[in-house]
Write a protein that binds this ligand. Structure first.
Ligand SMILES: NC(=O)c1ccc[n+]([C@@H]2O[C@H](COP(=O)([O-])OP(=O)(O)OC[C@H]3O[C@@H](n4cnc5c(N)ncnc54)[C@H](OP(=O)(O)O)[C@@H]3O)[C@@H](O)[C@H]2O)c1
Length: 269
């Protein structure tokens, strides 16, 4: 496997939610740049299959099954990195589930599941990793979404979770500024989903994500390269995809227009 530039040679990264999708693509990109990576997900079988696939590409990694909404499991995840590699330089918090349903039909329990996976699924690994990132003056990067920039009808829980990441990132950026830790947040746009991606429906069942307009989706590899570039350059904020960039500009200067467009385009669930 061809390595891109080995700018992360000797670095150790944890990528949460990396048995598939964007997290897996980020792990591959970090490995290509020379990092040793700890991949993560809840389903050990799926995670192990990804580990085997990446090992067959010649990469150095370990897999640690853990639910990032459980703080003890996040400590285990960080300890797995320390036990194997003795340090931690990068944490990318990619794990997070989405759901589409009206606020009225989504049960409070499933609302909480979606919010927890996006908020505590970021807070807990970040808190567990903090002492080690301080030691390495490493990078702490949160994966948000365009849904974290403006509320979208029928995505109440997901938008609430992703918007909270902005608050978390802004607070931590100030709080950690004298520690040498780089903090970053990436607002990811529509990305080509991996086959088998599911999200939570109104009744709480996991259902396949409906097909989306191909032209509006970015390839996962491209998204991963952008995320890794943010880490390389220690940049603080990145908005991905042409739609995302236009959206950010319109939200700043014409927020009412954006709200009207989003509300008209939203189809009742
Ligand atoms: N796809 C998009 O278009 C898009 C757009 C904007 C933002 N994003 C964000 O990008 C991130 C990745 O999205 P994706 O589409 O690549 O997701 P995905 O394909 O559904 O993969 C999600 C990954 O996270 C793991 N995961 C989920 N909950 C977890 C938990 N509680 N603890 C540990 N691992 C967990 C899953 O494995 P297990 O199920 O085995 O745990 C899987 O490896 C998410 O934060 C998402 O909100 C995605």
């Amino acid at each position: 496997m061809k390595r891109s530039s080995l700018s992360f040679n000797g670095k150790v990264a944890i990528v949460t939610g990396s048995s598939m999708g964007i997290g897996k693509a980020v792990s591959i990109e970090l490995c290509r740049c020379g990092a040793s990576v700890v991949i993560n997900g809840r389903n050990a079988e799926k995670l192990n299959a990804t580990k085997n696939e990446l090992e067959s590409m010649g990469f150095d990694l370990i897999a640690c099954p853990a639910d990032v909404t459980n703080y003890n499991e996040c400590e285990m995840l960080v300890q797995a990195a320390i036990a194997k590699y003795k340090k931690l330089d990068i944490l990318v918090t990619c794990a997070g589930v989405a759901g589409r349903a009206s606020f009225e039909t989504l049960s409070p329990y499933h609302f909480k599941t979606i919010v927890d996976s996006n908020i505590y699924g970021t807070v807990f690994p970040a808190r567990a990793a903090l002492p080690f990132l301080k030691e390495s003056k490493g990078s702490l990067v949160f994966i948000s979404s365009l849904a974290g920039m403006m509320g979208i009808p029928y995505y109440t829980a997901y938008c609430s979770g992703k918007m909270s990441l902005t608050a978390l990132y802004q607070c931590l950026r100030g709080e950690l500024k004298n520690t040498g830790i780089h903090t970053g947040i990436v607002y990811v746009g529509f990305t080509k989903n991996e086959e088998g991606k599911q999200f939570i429906s109104a009744d709480g069942n996991l259902v396949p994500v409906p097909p989306r307009n191909e032209r509006l989706q970015q390839p996962r590899g491209k998204v991963a390269r952008s995320i890794v570039n943010l880490i390389k350059r220690r940049k603080s904020k990145m908005i991905l995809s042409p739609i995302g960039k236009i959206n950010a500009l319109l939200i700043r200067y014409f927020p009412i227009l954006v709200r009207t467009i989003i509300e008209r385009a939203s189809v009742k669930s």
